[in-house]
Design a protein around this ligand. Structure first.
Ligand code: FMN
Length: 186
């Protein structure tokens, strides 16, 4: 079964991950391995979503590093990956190649696997984040990863200012971009 690494970070919308994203991907035939960041795990635990994700995917869900690190070759070299919702902090870390937890470590490695894997990122960032001087560099670095799709409104005006409601996350675009397991990355 095609294997999809699904990284969840501590950003708004993470409680929708199970029902709006993971369930449909499992239904399409993906074996989905959810790896939360440590911060996301704390949030998911507080709402009971960790159990729901494990039940949906039939795999353990943990932010903790495991040893040996991979149980199978497909887990070491997944066919595709998703980062959603992706926080500003994790996006900058990935752009710089910083692997300070299990999720970022796995993604850093995946970005260099060839042939390139399909990687779909759905950020939850606001207008202040994208005005940060680090963002242009990070964005360019991420877009240089072969096979990576960054689903972010190009116009800052479409993003909310801090403290204002965030426009709904485009889970529909994420599911479209991931596609079916049988389709190769484009
Ligand atoms: C209630 C709350 C909501 C947050 N929402 C976001 C968000 O939508 N996007 C974001 O980039 N950071 C958000 N943050 C900040 C991140 O949680 C914080 O930067 C954290 O260190 C990210 O960790 P991670 O990327 O390792 O999961 C939020 C923080 C809190 C307390």
């Amino acid at each position: 079964m095609p294997h999809l690494l699904f990284v969840v970070t501590a950003a708004g919308g993470l409680d929708d991950v199970a029902d709006v994203a993971v369930a449909p991907l499992v239904a399409r035939g993906w074996t989905v391995q959810v790896v939360p960041t440590p911060n996301a795990q704390t949030w998911l635990r507080s709402t009971g979503s960790m159990d729901r994700l494990a039940e949906l995917t039939d795999l353990p869900v943990t932010a903790g590093s495991d040893y040996p690190p991979y149980r199978t070759a497909t887990e070491a070299r997944p066919d595709a990956a998703v980062v959603a919702p992706a926080s500003f902090g994790t996006l900058n870390k990935l752009a710089a190649g910083i692997g300070d937890n299990r999720a970022t470590t796995k993604l850093n490695e995946l970005f260099g696997i060839r042939p390139a894997r399909r990687v779909v990122i759905l950020p939850n960032v606001n207008a202040a984040h994208v005005r940060h001087p680090a963002w242009e560099r990070s964005r360019a670095a991420l877009l240089a990863v072969p096979g990576l799709r960054l689903l972010l409104d190009p116009d800052v005006a479409e993003l909310n200012e801090p403290g204002e409601p965030h426009p709904p996350l485009r889970w529909d675009l994420l599911l479209d971009a991931v596609g079916d397991p049988s389709v190769s990355p484009g």
